[in-house]
Each structure stands twice: as C-alpha cells, then as structure tokens.
Design a protein around this ligand. Structure first.
Ligand code: NAG
Ligand code: NAG
Ligand code: NAG
Ligand code: NAG
Ligand code: NAG
Ligand code: NAG
Length: 487
C-alpha cells in the first residue's frame, strides 16, 4: 500500500509539473498602477509570481515569448464597467449611418458608438472602444513605450481584411505590454492600398486612410530594417513578439478575456478571438475626414454610379435610385468569388438569393425583398440584373420581385493586387471598396459566408459602428466556417 501511495504521489507531482510548464493557461498576473512604474508593490488576489520566465524561452537571445500581464487602473475601471447599466441611446439608425460619412474629428467615432443602443452593439463595445482609444491616446507621449509595426511578408497579395486582422494581433500585444502601436513609415503594412503620390507625413500608411492609430509618434518609426517585422522603441522589454504570436495564435488582451468571462463564463476561445478582432478592426478602420469625405462623394454618385433596378407590377424592369441611407429592412449580400476559390468553396449567387427569399417568406411583416449586392465578380452583377425572383412569388415573402441596389465600381474577378494595378488610383479604389463595406452595414439583414474575411469585416463593423449586431446573419456556406480561420 505505501508503495502505491508513493507511486501515485510521484505521478501526481509529475503531472502538476507538466501542467505548470506546458499549460497554455499559465498566465502571469500582476497588478500594478501604471502611474507608478517605480513601485514594486503588487496587491490583489489574482497575483501569482513568475518562475524566472527567461529560462522557459527557447531563444533567450531574441527575447521571451511570454508576456507578464498587468492590470492597472484603466483595467480595473474597465472590469467594473462590465456590469454597469446601459445608457439611453440618443441617435437614430439613419443619423448613425450619416455620421460615418461625415467624420471630421477623431472624437466623432467614440461619439457615434456611445450614442447608440448598447443592446444592438456587440458585448462591451462602448467600454472596449474607449479603452483602446485611451491606451493609444495618452496625455503624455514622452514616457511611453512604442511597438512599431512594419509591412508583413507577402503583404501585397493580402486583402484589406487580412491586413487589418494581422494588425489586430499587434494591437493586442501593444495593449498587453503597455505599449502604443504605431506603423513604420518607410514600409508600412498595407501600403499597396494607397496611391504612390502620398507626400503627407503619413506616407503610404493606413494613417492616411484611417484615423491615426495614436496621437503620439516615435523616431523609431523611421529607418526600420526591412527584415524586422516589429520592434519596441524601448529595448528594455525582453519580448520576441513574433515568437509570442506564433505561440498564442489569437491573443486577446487579458482584461477583455476576464470581462467577457464575467458575462459568459463558458465563452469559447474562438469567440474571444472573433470578438477581439472585431473590436480591433473597428478601431483600426475609423475613417479620417479625407476618407469620409471621399466616401460620401462616391456614395452620392460623384465619380461613380449608384444603381438600382426594380420590376414593376407588370414584371418590367426599371431603373430606380439608391436612397441615402439605404432603407430599413434591406438585405446585404456579399458574394465572395474572386481569388477565394483556392481557399474555400465558392457559393453560387443563386444560393444567396434562395436563402434570402426563404428569410423573407418567413418574416413577411418585417422584410421586403430589397437588397444591396456587393461582389468582385462582374458575372454576379449580370446575373442579378435578370434575377427578378427564384421562388414563385406566392411563397416568397411580402413583395413579388426583388429590388437590387449596387455600385458601379470597376470589377475584375481576381485578387486585390491585380485590381489595384489595373484600375489606377489605389487610394480611390480602396475607398470604393470600403464604400461597399459601409453600404453593406447600412443594411439590416446579412447574407454571406463567414469563411470570407470581407464578410467577417462586414459582420465586425456592423456590430461596433452600428447597433446592428443582433440583426440576422444568414450563412450560405458552412455555419462553422469562421472557426479556426485566419493566420
Ligand atoms: C523593487 O525591487 C527591486 C528588486 O527586488 C529592489 O531592488 C528595489 O529596491 C525595489 N524598488 C522599490 C521602489 O521598492
Ligand atoms: C510610487 O511608489 C513608490 C514606492 O512604493 C512610492 O515611494 C512613491 O510615493 C509612489 N509614487 C506615486 C506617485 O504614487
Ligand atoms: C447622447 O448620449 C451620449 C452618451 O450617453 C452623451 O454623451 C451625449 O451627450 C448625448 N448627446 C445628446 C445630444 O443628448
Ligand atoms: C491625445 O489625445 C487625447 C484624447 O483625445 C488627449 O487627451 C491627449 O492630451 C492627447 N495627447 C497628446 C500628447 O496630445
Ligand atoms: C487630407 O487632405 C489634405 C488636402 O488634400 C492633405 O493636406 C492632408 O495631408 C490629408 N490628410 C491625411 C491624413 O492624409
Ligand atoms: C488619388 O486619390 C486620392 C484620394 O481620393 C487623391 O487625394 C489623390 O489626389 C489621387 N491621386 C491622383 C494621382 O489622382
């Protein structure tokens, strides 16, 4: 008997040791006030101490692949807010949409979000957006640490959604290391989306298209070695960011993970990842006033055409205007074809229409057969023009035939870079694409497949910028396509 007990104890100890060293959950939590970096005092119940993390690292010369998590006063405030009651919305759906086209100052974005109905936004959106904003906009730039992000390898072949998704990983690292994320200025990520004539201080970075990531800048943004993916301005931080990201495929800042688990203790890892990427994308893509102005010109038909088709009572097609904003109850369909065939099963356009007709038939009081269609496939647009209906109208909802809206942007059924090369001014074309995203979120029902990054972007923006998160999303691919996506 004693030998059995000692064997059992040894095995238990061994298991505990294995758990201790290899568990993905071994996060080091320390509480510290950010305002006092010289203090060593740790308080609170979440404290556990690190067992010399340098020893665990495989490549000590390049820095650790773990982050010590710290919850400061901003985090405490955030966690306290999780259970706070919601505020009364004071903006209509149409005015919220108009605000996206009328951005002047960077503060307009928080204003837009905070004035909307919490119940229509993704969980914790208002506090999360303010938290990210405050982390990236400190009152004093001098004493900050910066994480500078360079262009990604093979970046030119990526779509906008994929680049934004990768930037979100770095934004997460920045937040977790108490740093501010900035783009490198010589070769910033996603520079191929901007025209080459950029002379502004933002160069060809997303800071020219979107609100600046931060109101601080750093000397380290210039002259970055092209082989370096990212670097901290402050050499003291011993972290190999790429090794960390390779180990933690989808790092969500601990403060958000804790907050979301308070709301829903059994929240899945995939959901945490999707939530974070949606918040991060919505933060990264806040348009600046130039982009917003251009967007509105295109939206109202300047330099591009907004088109609509409707069948009259006799079944004859006629052209109609596209209202601004798009009327309530309109369905957004994003048909992802292009180069995506190599990565996922492409869903024929008919499937989208059949799915939408089924929804319309099931919800006759709340829906019309009226849709905004976006796609990079010109054939889909041609198909649409003759697609009055599929299901016999007596079964297919409140009205007999479809009303279609679309934008006459240049289309080529290929990947993004080929189109950017082909169609002239890169910035303008990017803004036309972004317009397709915004027009999609002007709608109230979403038909698409989350296997596509663009559809996930639509899903993310409607849930953060507009209170449309609980509107139906009708999946035409596989329901679990969004699980395990991305790099
Ligand atoms: C912080 O800890 C270090 C090492 O334990 C010690 O040398 C230092 O004096 C401490 N600083 C303060 C402000 O307590
Ligand atoms: C920071 O912490 C140190 C050591 O605990 C303390 O002496 C000092 O007063 C603190 N400073 C502030 C601004 O709280
Ligand atoms: C609308 O609500 C927001 C957030 O609650 C508040 O800050 C703002 O002052 C309100 N604006 C108006 C015009 O009532
Ligand atoms: C950055 O912006 C924030 C909020 O908009 C402001 O409070 C802060 O003073 C600004 N920081 C600097 C260094 O200008
Ligand atoms: C916005 O446009 C103006 C005028 O063309 C230009 O001077 C400014 O640099 C632009 N701002 C950004 C952030 O690109
Ligand atoms: C390209 O488009 C941008 C944004 O609309 C504009 O500021 C720029 O002047 C255009 N460049 C050229 C060469 O037309």
């Amino acid at each position: 008997m004693p030998s059995f007990i000692s064997q059992f104890t040894t095995a238990l100890l061994l298991l505990l040791l294995l758990w201790h060293y290899f568990s993905p959950w071994a996060i080091v939590v320390q509480r510290r006030e950010y305002s006092n970096k010289s203090s060593n005092i740790t308080t609170g119940d979440e404290v556990s101490t690190s067992k010399n993390p340098v020893e665990i690292s495989q490549k000590p010369s390049q820095g650790r692949d773990e982050i010590e998590q710290r919850l400061g006063s901003l985090e405490e405030a955030f966690l306290k807010n999780v259970k706070a009651g919601s505020t009364t919305p004071n903006i209509s759906r149409d005015d919220a949409i108009r605000m996206i086209y009328d951005v002047e100052k960077k503060e307009d974005w928080l204003d837009l979000i905070e004035r909307q109905d919490d119940h229509g936004l993704m969980a914790l959106t208002k506090t999360a957006q303010r938290y990210i904003y405050e982390k990236q906009h400190p009152s004093n730039c001098g004493s900050q640490r910066y994480l500078i992000l360079n262009k990604f390898p093979g970046d030119d072949a990526f779509g906008l959604g994929a680049i934004v998704q990768r930037i979100s990983d770095y934004l997460s690292v920045a937040i977790q290391t108490d740093s501010i994320l900035l783009y490198a200025t010589d070769t910033p990520p996603g520079e191929h989306f901007l025209s080459e004539d950029g002379t502004a201080p933002c160069g060809r970075s997303f800071d020219c298209l979107f609100q600046e990531l931060s109101n601080c800048s750093s000397k380290a943004q210039k002259g970055m070695n092209s082989n370096t993916q990212s670097t901290f301005s402050d050499r003291q931080l011993d972290l190999d960011v790429e090794a960390f990201l390779a180990k933690h495929k989808h790092p969500i800042p601990l403060v958000f993970e804790e907050a979301l688990k308070k709301l829903q203790p059994d929240i899945t890892g995939e959901m945490l990842k999707y939530w974070w990427r949606a918040q991060a994308a919505a933060y990264i893509m806040r348009f600046n006033s130039n982009t917003s102005r251009r967007l509105k010109q295109f939206r109202l038909g300047e330099n591009t055409r907004q088109l609509g088709i409707q069948w009259d009572i006799n079944g004859d097609p006629k052209e109609v205007n596209v209202p601004f904003p798009i009327p309530e109850g309109t369905i957004s369909m994003h048909v992802r074809h292009g180069d995506k065939g190599s990565e996922m099963r492409l869903v024929p356009f008919n499937d989208y229409v059949v799915r939408a007709e089924k929804y319309s038939a099931e919800n006759p009081l709340g829906s019309w057969k009226r849709a905004f269609l976006s796609t990079e496939d010109p054939n889909v647009i041609e198909q649409m023009k003759t697609m009055a209906r599929i299901t016999p109208f007596t079964y297919s909802g409140s009205n007999s035939r479809w009303t279609w809206y679309w934008t006459d942007i240049p289309r080529l059924n290929t990947g993004p870079e080929t189109q950017l090369k082909e169609f002239g001014n890169r910035t303008d074309l990017t803004i036309k694409w972004v317009l397709q995203l915004v027009m999609a979120i002007e709608c109230d029902v979403f038909v698409g497949t989350r296997g596509s990054g663009w559809n996930r972007l639509i899903d993310s923006l409607r849930c953060v910028w507009l209170a449309s998160c609980k509107q139906p999303f009708l999946e035409v691919g596989f329901e679990n396509d969004w699980i395990g996506y991305g790099p």
